[in-house]
Design a binder for this molecule. Structure first.
Ligand SMILES: N[C@@H](CCC(=O)N[C@@H](CS)C(=O)NCC(=O)O)C(=O)O
Length: 217
């Protein structure tokens, strides 16, 4: 029996990934077929959708990403990736491989929240993200890679040779920090070498690089 397509609902952010972009990168890297519905922020479309999500109870928090897969509606971007990894038999059979993905994904959430709250704000907020909020957290994440990675570059491919949620979340936030002008690739290479190696690996993935090129036109 072939697996049904994954449906991703998210905001239309163009070349910026956001939390939904992390789920998209996860599917691209793992060759999972998906379709998506993207809601515009500009014309009230998202506000209407948000109301429906809350009133219907599909997501009482009124946020996206939301994924529908095999008749189940999922929220929370890291939990979504973990679910799809289990559903598509991508997770590792070894607990340690899944643990390192969870540990890094949990640590990453702080930086994701700071990015979402500041990257689109005032000039002061953007500056604060670039110079005060992001650097110490990137340093911690870089050191966590040094401590936890089970492979040369990635935390792990697991025993299924797949791209798992912690690694993809890290690529997603690096992609976004670069896209919104809060981090340069050169800065990453000099100061966070472990993270830079992850960034490079995913940037060079065929499906991801094609998505980025398409969105950059
Ligand atoms: N904890 C949730 C957070 C979801 C979230 O805050 N999504 C943002 C976009 S990245 C959103 O829906 N923002 C629009 C809004 O709240 O109206 C997750 O990890 O998926």
């Amino acid at each position: 029996m072939s697996a049904t397509k994954v449906n991703l609902q998210y905001l239309n952010l163009g070349p910026v990934g956001g939390r939904g972009g992390v789920v998209r990168f996860f599917m691209l890297a793992n060759g999972i077929q998906y379709e998506e519905q993207l809601f515009a922020l500009s014309n009230g479309e998202w506000e209407r959708k948000k109301k429906v999500l809350i009133e219907s109870g599909d997501n009482p928090a009124g946020t996206v990403p939301i994924v529908d897969i095999d008749g189940v509606t999922l929220t929370q971007h890291v939990a979504i990736m973990r679910y799809i990894a289990n559903n598509r038999n991508l997770s590792s059979d070894e607990y340690l491989h899944n643990y390192v993905q969870d540990a890094v994904a949990d640590q990453y959430q702080h930086l994701r929240d700071d990015w979402a709250s500041n990257a689109f704000g005032s000039a002061d907020q953007k500056q604060k993200l670039t110079t005060e909020l992001a650097p110490p957290q990137l340093h911690v994440l870089d050191r966590l890679y040094a401590k936890l990675k089970l492979e040369d570059v990635l935390l792990s491919h697991g025993n299924k040779a797949s791209y798992l949620w912690g690694d993809v979340a890290i690529f997603g936030i690096l992609h976004d920090l670069v896209r919104t002008g809060n981090l340069t690739e050169e800065d990453m290479r000099s100061n966070y070498p472990n993270l830079h190696a992850v960034y490079k690996t995913f940037s060079e993935n065929e499906a991801i690089s094609k998505w980025i090129a398409d969105k950059s036109q």
